[in-house]
Design a protein around this ligand. Sequence first.
Ligand SMILES: [Zn+2]
Length: 419
Amino acid sequence: MIKKKNILLIVIDCLRADFTYNPQKAHIPNITKLKNEGYSFLNTIASTSTTTPNFTCLFTGLYPFEHGVRSQSGYRLRGKFTTLPEVLKKNGYNTYAEFTGPLIKEIGLSKGFDEYNLRGAKKTIHTQWGCELINKFKEYYKEPWFVCLHIWSLHLPRIIRKGCNRKKYGLTIYGRALSSIDIYLEKLLNTQSDDTLIILIGDHGEKTAYSKFEYFGKRIIKFLFRRMKKFRITKKYFFKGVRDILIGHGYSIYDELIKIPFILHNKDLIPQGESACQIRQIDIFPTILDIIGINYNKEITGKSALPIIKGTDCSNRDAYIEAVGVIIPSKDEWLTGLRIDNKYKFIYAPFQEDFEDELYFLKDDPAERYNVAKENKSLTDKFKNKIKEMRTERMVGEKIDEDIEKKIVEKLRNLGYMD
Ligand SMILES: [Zn+2]
């Protein structure tokens, strides 16, 4: 019998594709080595810019309007949906979640995990907890294992290791925090044998700041913006004006917030290489199963990207994206969009009458600065109809009880979400 590969899925919260694939922005020799030896997808599109729904997309291969978890709270995953750890467990894997942040058990993502370890914010990879985790790989996890490690130290407030707060490790606080993670990854990856399938991804991207002054200034502006939003003072012109001075994620679907890295590494299973094809976060679930040879027949929206790795397919996959409220779904914040053919980005707010549709030609305008929706009415209408046909406003999740909701909101507050 062929020995099953261990699977290490590393999810770095807020990890942007451009920082991962450009060694000039941070000092990341270990991530770069992983990329150079493995296979990377340069254009992987997350479904939202918020943690909890994105983890749900990752584990179900479905879009948020299909699995029902749209925000950090409000709705939980129904039992009828099969998750990646459930499939792996059924196929003989021992499954471990090493999570943190808002991924509270009651959201429904613990299904299929033998151990669902949700640590507090103080236990980071840069503390004793990080050393303990490395020891778990040496003597605790039972083979064949699937470990999903959720790293939080790139999330606000970002953590920079002692000695990394200088130019060599990046010009931004974000870059230096990422360089700090890379130092930890060296130790972690050294514990892995050639047998492990290593996967490195982000859950969503991040809007970053350049200087310390800008970093703290933007955090104050974010605080004020949240307050204004609460009292509904914000309007589209104000929102557009603050796009550049906001920091963090969850409030929009521009590329810096939804383009994530996706690196696969295993010398026996994956060839070296990279692809510029546009794929989606929901494709990661079936891709992992396909690579390790598990036949999964249940109908899901995500499709395996293995044919792209093998070179038998090179087509872009259209991606649906949304940001419908960080804490709970809200019509005031509801943005939906499409990223088509790695070429067009369309953004539309179905519940806001005064919202102007946005269309960007990404090849000429990768920073999404020039809205060409008015000049391209037929294209805009076509994309809008496509979203309407998906019926993305349907709520299929299970409403969370009030007491659990309170628990989640409290947790989010501790994480700084309500500041
Ligand atoms: Zn996140």
